[in-house]
Design a protein around this ligand. Structure first.
Ligand SMILES: Cc1cc2nc3c(=O)[nH]c(=O)nc-3n(C[C@H](O)[C@H](O)[C@H](O)COP(=O)(O)OP(=O)(O)OC[C@H]3O[C@@H](n4cnc5c(N)ncnc54)[C@H](O)[C@@H]3O)c2cc1C
Length: 400
C-alpha cells in the first residue's frame, strides 16, 4: 500500500499531525514504543501545548486524565532569594496549566491520533527508502520481522535522536544550541505547592534546576545545562544535581527525607536557536527532530506540536495540488511564527549567565507588584516576552 503520509514517531509532534490530518488523507503513524510509554521530561504542559489540545478538541479530556494543576511559578536566584508569580490567562484563556506524566499525556495524544489513522506501535524505523534521489518510504522492524512502508510524504517526528534526521544528514547542532537535561522522580519532598519551581543555582547557571509537583505527590526534579557549558566544565550533571539537593541551603532540608523513586535519566534538547534544514522534496521534520525546543525554558512539547499545526495545512495542500514543491512553505511559515520568539529566548538564555542579573530580577519580583505583573504577562504572551531582552525593562526595574 502506498500511503499519502507516513509519520515516524507518535510523541506530541507526530500525534498532533496525525490527529489533524489522519481523517483527511491516507496516513500511517509509526512508533517504536507501545503506549502508554514514558519519555524523559519535566512533564510541564505550557501554553502553546494547551493551544494544541484546544485545536485537537482535547481540553476536556485533559481535565479527566491524571494531572496536577499549576497556578504559579516560584523562582530562586543564585543568592538564595525566593519569589513567586501567579500565572495569568494563557493562550486558551485559563490562568492555570498542568504537570502531567508523559506516559499519561502522550497516551492521550496518541490514542486520539490512532482513532483518525492507521497507527502501528512497536515498529522501530531503521532506515529510509530512496528512489531516484528522493525519500519514498521507511524500513524497520516489527516483532522481529523486517517491514517496509511506502508513502508520498515522509515525516520525521522521532525525537531528539531522530533516525529520519540522521539518515537525511540534518541531525547535528553546534554544542551551544543543544541542552543536556536530567530528570528524576522523588517522593517525600517537603514544601511542594501548586507552583512549578525554577531555581537559578550557582552550580547550574547558565541553566536551571527545577522541581515540578506531580499529581501523585511526587516531584519531578531535574537540571538542564547547555552542552557547550557541560563540555567546558567537564561536568557530571548527575553529581551536580545530587550536590544541589544535599548541600544547597534552599533544598537540603526539603530533600532530607526524600526518596528517589525512579532512575535519573538524561536526554538531549535541540534548541530552536539553530535552524536545521527541516523540509525536502518529499519529507518534513517536526518537533525535536527539527530542533525546535525553546532555548530559554526548555519547553519542547509546545513548539513540537505547534510545528505539526503549521505542517498540517501545507501537507494537505501539497497532496491536493499533487505538487510537493508546496512543502517548502512549511519552513517559511514555521520560522515566520517561531523565529522571533526563538531568537528572543536565545537572548534570554544568554542573559541567564549573569548571576547579578538573576539576583536583581528575582529580588525585584518579591518587592514589586509591577514586576510580578510584567513577568507573568511576559510568560503568557509571546509578544510581551520581547521586553525581557529590552534594556528599558531593566531600566524600569532599576527604578521600580
Ligand atoms: C529532561 C527533560 C525535561 C524536559 N522538560 C520539558 C517540559 O517540562 N515541558 C516541555 O514542553 N518539554 C520538555 N522537554 C522537551 C520535550 O520532552 C520534547 O521537546 C518533546 O517531547 C518533543 O516532542 P516530539 O514529539 O518531537 O518528540 P518525542 O516526544 O521524543 O517523541 C518521539 C517519538 O518517536 C518515537 N521514535 C523515536 N525513534 C523512533 C524510531 N526509530 N522508530 C519509530 N519511532 C521512533 C519515540 O518512541 C517517541 O514516541 C524536556 C526534555 C528533557 C530531556
Amino acid at each position: 500500500m502506498n500511503y499519502d503520509v507516513i509519520i515516524v514517531g507518535g510523541g506530541p509532534a507526530g500525534s498532533t499531525l496525525a490527529g489533524m490530518i489522519g481523517d483527511k488523507a491516507n496516513v500511517l503513524l509509526l512508533d517504536k514504543a507501545n503506549f502508554p510509554r514514558d519519555k524523559t521530561c519535566g512533564d510541564a504542559v505550557g501554553g502553546k501545548t494547551l493551544a494544541t489540545l484546544k485545536e485537537l478538541n482535547l481540553l476536556k479530556k485533559m481535565e479527566k486524565i491524571k494531572h496536577k494543576k499549576i497556578r504559579g511559578i516560584t523562582f530562586s536566584s543564585p543568592n538564595g532569594v525566593v519569589s513567586s508569580i501567579k500565572l495569568k490567562k494563557n493562550l486558551v484563556g485559563i490562568d492555570y496549566s498542568y504537570v502531567c506524566k508523559r506516559a499519561v499525556f502522550d497516551d492521550l495524544l496518541f490514542k486520539n491520533a490512532s482513532k483518525k489513522c492507521e497507527a502501528i506501535q512497536g515498529f522501530t524505523a531503521t532506515d529510509l527508502v530512496w528512489e531516484d534521489g528522493s525519500v519514498v518510504g521507511v524500513k524497520g522492524t516489527l516483532k522481529g520481522k523486517e517491514k517496509t512502508f511506502k508513502g508520498k510524504i515522509i515525516v520525521g517526528a522521532d525525537g531528539a535522536q531522530s533516525m529520519v534526521a540522521q539518515k537525511l544528514k540534518v541531525n547535528t547542532n553546534p554544542p551551544e544550541h543543544v541542552c543536556i537535561a536530567l530528570r528524576a522522580y522523588y517522593k517525600n519532598v517537603k514544601g511542594l505547592t501548586d507552583d512549578i519551581e525554577i531555581h537559578f543555582v550557582d552550580e547550574v547557571i547558565p541553566g536551571y534546576f527545577w522541581i515540578f509537583p506531580e499529581a501523585n505527590g511526587e516531584a519531578n526534579v531535574g537540571i538542564g545545562v547547555v552542552l557547550s557549558e557541560v563540555q567546558k566544565r567537564n561536568a557530571d550533571l548527575k553529581q551536580v544535581m545530587f550536590k544541589v539537593l544535599k548541600e544547597n541551603k534552599l533544598f537540603k532540608d526539603r530533600f532530607k527525607n526524600a526518596v528517589l523513586a525512579s532512575e535519573v535519566k538524561g536526554w538531549t534538547l535541540p534548541f530552536a536557536s539553530y535552524r536545521r534544514k527541516i523540509v525536502g522534496d518529499s519529507w518534513i521534520l517536526l518537533g525535536d527532530a527539527a530542533s525546535l525546543v525553546d532555548p530559554f525554558s526548555g519547553e519542547g512539547m509546545g513548539n513540537g506540536s505547534f510545528s505539526a499545526r503549521v505542517a498540517a495545512p501545507v501537507i494537505l495542500k501539497a497532496l491536493k495540488k499533487k505538487d510537493f514543491s508546496v512543502l517548502k512553505d512549511y519552513e517559511e511559515n514555521l520560522w515566520n511564527e517561531l523565529g522571533p520568539e526563538a531568537d528572543m529566548s536565545y537572548k534570554m538564555q544568554k542573559l541567564g549567565r549573569w548571576r547579578f542579573l538573576l539576583n536583581f530580577v528575582v529580588g525585584k519580583i518579591n518587592k514589586n507588584e509591577w514586576v510580578r505583573d510584567s513577568i507573568s504577562g511576559m510568560l503568557a504572551d509571546t509578544e510581551a516576552k520581547k521586553d525581557f531582552a529590552s534594556p528599558f525593562f531593566y531600566l524600569k526595574l532599576l527604578f521600580s
